[in-house]
Design a protein around this ligand. Structure first.
Ligand SMILES: [Fe+2]
Ligand SMILES: [Fe+2]
Length: 283
């Protein structure tokens, strides 16, 4: 319990996220906002502006012509996706560096970003039945395991122990974690610290137990399924990490069968260059 309290304290001392985020959020909340309004906000941060421009010209978008204005880049990427990416990259920037992680950070980001791409793709397939904002799913996918990153910085021993248990018992990593402080709970604390939107907070807390979500069940179910699909593809945070079992509840929330999901996931991940362009944005 003592180490849990310490962890909570450490989380509460983390810096606040980029002020740009609140401003983007505010613009998005206005019904008559335009790309030009987002551009005005982005211009306050030249580093973010140039990343946005670079991303619009990357394999992630894959359009043949050059995008030279920030305005066009915003139109192409979409406000919600820009918000997600700025949120992900400033979250990363707020977590202290310079410590040796108990896993390869590239594996972590590859996993998270691929889950984001798969979430987005599943959401797009479901749009036929539902009116959904696919950008939100992308955001939830990128940050679902953020607690793992925080734990690995603040309490790496916990990660190492859980990982050993997970491999020895052949159970998923989250099942081998200490119940008092799982990566879902730590992620939830971070989400609170940084006032993440509620759908995101729910997805972070319940991505391994979607049946427990009290709201945003569909987002949670999609993140759960995308996470497992990405595990099956072989992109885990740790090599040899046992794949979590799909919860029936998640399947019942959407109109796609596991086989179809698997195909969607494989197709979404085929282009490695797309994944790499996104890693370049957040790291
Ligand atoms: Fe997880
Ligand atoms: Fe995950």
């Amino acid at each position: 319990v003592e180490s849990c309290t310490g962890l909570v304290e450490k989380i509460n001392t983390l810096p606040t996220l980029s002020p740009i985020l609140q401003k983007i959020k505010a613009v998005m909340g206005q019904p008559d906002s335009s790309a030009a309004d987002i551009v005005d906000v982005l211009k306050l941060d030249p580093a973010i502006s140039s990343k946005v421009l670079r991303l619009a010209n990357s394999a992630y978008i894959g359009i043949p012509r050059t995008v030279s204005s920030l305005q066009n880049a915003v139109v192409i990427l979409g406000q919600q996706r820009i918000y997600s990416l700025v949120l992900a990259s400033s979250t990363l920037a707020a977590i202290p560096r310079g410590v040796e992680l108990p896993f390869r950070s590239m594996d972590f980001w590859k996993h998270s970003i691929t889950v984001a791409i798969v979430c987005e793709s599943i959401a797009r397939h479901l749009q036929r039945y539902d009116d959904m904002e696919t950008g939100e799913f992308f955001c939830a996918g990128i940050l679902h395991d953020i607690g793992k990153l925080a734990l690995s910085v603040f309490d790496p021993e916990r990660i190492v122990t859980a990982r050993t248990h997970s491999e020895e018992k052949g159970v998923a990593f989250f099942e081998a974690e200490d119940e008092d402080m799982t990566h879902m709970q730590v992620g939830y604390l971070l989400a609170h610290r940084w006032n993440f939107p509620e759908n995101l907070t729910n997805a972070i807390l319940n991505h391994h137990t979607p049946e427990r979500a009290i709201a945003f069940k569909k987002v949670v179910a999609i993140v759960h399924l995308a996470d497992i699909m990405v595990h099956l593809i072989g992109l885990q945070t740790f090599p040899n990490e046992p794949v979590p079992v799909i919860r029936d509840f998640a399947i019942s929330q959407i109109e796609l069968q596991p086989e179809r999901l698997r195909t969607i996931a494989y197709e979404a991940c085929e282009d490695e260059k797309r994944i790499e362009s996104l890693i370049a944005f957040v790291s």
